[in-house]
Ligand binder design. Structure first.
Ligand code: 5GP
Length: 174
């Protein structure tokens, strides 16, 4: 374990919560076709674990690449889609899978974008939420953990493109 990283959420805590989220989603979408839309890059590990915790026969997986302009640790709300869905989502139930909702600016933009494509429904599943920094409130239908205003890394989340491979979520202490 890297001594410069303070663990906030262990791999075990994350796995247990992801199982619960998967069970909730399985129950709520029973009998329906669901499209999971993972927001790259941060959600790639959460997406892989969550998809395996959802027991629905008609589950599709898609990814969206977004670039959010801002400095290294916060977004400005100016968002560009750099990689789009491979199939249309009109008439489909869509669940956006995000790593973290911080100011809410990215999600506000993405939810609006998805709604213009006429899906049957659009909901949001985020592993983490920092409510103290919220600028654009958006409903998080499935939430893993609420965290304090700290810049977290690991389990898909980066600092300058590093640390995504940590199996836990932590904070850099230096
Ligand atoms: P928002 O638009 O809600 O402010 O920012 C959302 C995006 O900013 C997240 O998808 C993530 O890429 C990045 N972000 C926000 N907070 C953190 C954090 O604590 N750690 C990391 N690694 N990225 C963050």
């Amino acid at each position: 374990m890297d001594k410069r990283i303070q663990v906030q959420l262990s791999a075990e805590q994350i796995a247990a919560r992801v199982r619960e989220l998967g069970a909730d989603i399985t129950r709520d979408y029973a009998g329906q076709e669901l499209v999971l839309v993972g927001v790259l890059k941060g959600s790639f590990i959460f997406m892989a674990d969550l998809a395996r915790a959802i027991e629905l026969p008609d589950l599709r997986v898609e990814f969206l690449g977004v670039q959010s302009y801002g400095d290294e640790t916060s977004s400005s709300g100016v968002v560009q889609i750099t990689f789009d869905l491979t199939k249309p989502i009109d008439g489909k139930h869509v669940l956006i899978v995000e790593d973290i909702v911080d100011t809410g600016l990215t999600m506000d933009y993405l939810l609006d974008q998805m709604r213009t494509r006429h899906p049957a429904s659009v909901k949001l599943c985020s592993l983490l939420h920092k409510p103290s920094r919220m600028k654009k409130p958006c409903a998080i239908d499935y939430l893993g953990f609420t965290i304090p205003d700290l810049f977290v890394i690991g389990y898909g989340l980066d600092y300058a493109q590093k640390y995504r491979n940590l199996p836990y979520i932590g904070v850099l202490t230096e």
